[in-house]
Design a protein around this ligand. Structure first.
Ligand code: ADP
Length: 375
């Protein structure tokens, strides 16, 4: 399977372009996530890629054929699309719904074979849905319906699976079930394209990502697209991308910190405001002192409240914090990053080291001026 989006642009009638000159390729085994703020055009992009909405110019080419030239039967035998579940479901059962997904193989008026029913049940089992097989879709919760739509999409054995926010209605457990299912499909050679509101899902699962940033379309390896800088630009949110280490794996996480204030443009001319920004920046760096990292090990979890209370007083110089339990030894580990005057960092270190059951160590950045002189 190969899907090529070739210099494509789209706009709704009498509106300006939502995106222009989008080009990218999805191959078998790729997992591609699409991210962007609400209203940036994620759903529109999926629908235009699939030919449900017409490109203003450009093409979607699936296995060397223009999607707009394919019959519906041929298109949907190669691609499955799971739109957002909006709660409109029929009174057929969950099992019937999955069997409907196999109509290209069963035929609309044929009775499904025993093997086909077993296959549908195995899909339900993989998605932990087998207990719902005889429930009517109209009686499902939003999350259960979402999972059922995904099961139905899998039933046609697509070469490309396209999903619009598949994890949005789901609890933590079902999010992992869906993401694990998508990862397994990719390992089997299926291509997966999905919209998501979760940058960390993209970082953990997708080899490629596409970010819609106010008309700009960024596409490439996920680690190059989902960066703190690009998140700031697209979402207007300061976020930290960190890694949490567990006993078995290292997991990327995206922690939103705060909104980035918009410049109002009323602070004078652009050269004045850029001068002001520069002055503020210089003042900040002059005042910012040293970069330091403090590692804390708590042997009594109760102490974490006290640590939090102390850290609260140093919020102005604290720019990153990661905490995690280490259950094997019943310990709690905290790492914090600071940028500020050495006097304040030492004060924080001193206050933390007075707590019982707490080990603290501070590490400062290398003094680069001394280092340069030595060289
Ligand atoms: P997202 O999925 O990123 O939230 P959408 O693709 O739903 O964004 O919408 C992108 C933009 O297009 C929004 O400004 C939305 O209001 C507009 N839009 C969506 N559907 C239509 C439509 N049928 N006609 C005109 N404008 C639309």
């Amino acid at each position: 399977m190969k899907l090529l989006i070739d210099h494509a642009s789209f706009h709704y009638k009498n509106q300006k372009d939502l995106f222009t000159d989008v080009s990218f390729t999805i191959q078998s085994g790729d997992m591609v996530s699409i991210l962007g703020p609400n209203g940036s055009g994620k759903t529109t992009l999926l629908r235009a890629i699939l030919g449900i909405l017409p490109w203003a110019c450009g093409r979607s080419i699936l296995d060397d054929e223009n999607i707009s030239d394919l019959s519906a039967a041929k298109l949907w035998s190669k691609i499955s699309y799971v739109p957002q579940a909006h709660g409109t479901a029929g009174s057929y059962t969950v099992l019937d719904s999955v069997l409907f997904g196999m109509t290209t193989k069963i035929g609309v008026f044929s009775v499904p074979s025993k093997e086909q029913i077993e296959y549908a049940c195995s899909i339900l089992e993989d998605l932990h849905l087998l207990h719902l097989r005889d429930r009517r879709c109209s009686e499902l919760s939003g999350g259960e319906l979402q999972m059922t739509l995904i099961a139905r999409a899998l039933a046609s054995d697509p070469g490309l699976l396209v999903l619009d926010e598949p994890e949005s209605n789901l609890d933590f457990k079902n999010q992992i079930i869906v993401l694990d299912t998508l990862s397994r499909l990719c390992q089997k050679g299926v291509g997966v394209l999905f919209n998501t509101h979760y940058p960390e899902h993209a970082l953990r699962r997708s080899n490629l990502s596409l970010l819609l940033d106010h008309g700009r379309v960024l596409y490439g390896p996920t680690a190059e697209i989902i960066t703190e800088e690009n998140i700031a630009s697209a979402f207007g949110v300061k976020a930290i991308i960190g890694e949490v280490e567990t006993n078995t794996s290292q997991i990327k996480n995206v922690i939103p910190i705060s909104l980035i204030a918009k410049s109002t443009g009323s602070e004078g001319s652009s050269s004045e405001s850029s001068e002001k920004n520069e002055q503020e920046h210089t003042a900040l760096s002059a005042n910012s002192g040293m970069l330091a990292s403090i590692s804390i090990i708590l042997s009594n979890f109760e102490e974490s409240e006290k640590v939090n209370g102390i850290l609260h007083d140093f919020n102005d110089i604290l720019f990153g914090r990661m905490g995690m339990p280490y259950r094997k030894r019943n310990l709690y580990l905290i790492n914090i990053n600071l940028d500020g005057p050495v006097r304040r960092i030492e004060e924080l270190y001193h206050r933390l080291s007075l707590l019982p059951d707490v080990s603290v160590k501070v590490t400062y950045e290398k003094d680069t001026t001394e280092w340069e002189e030595q060289k």
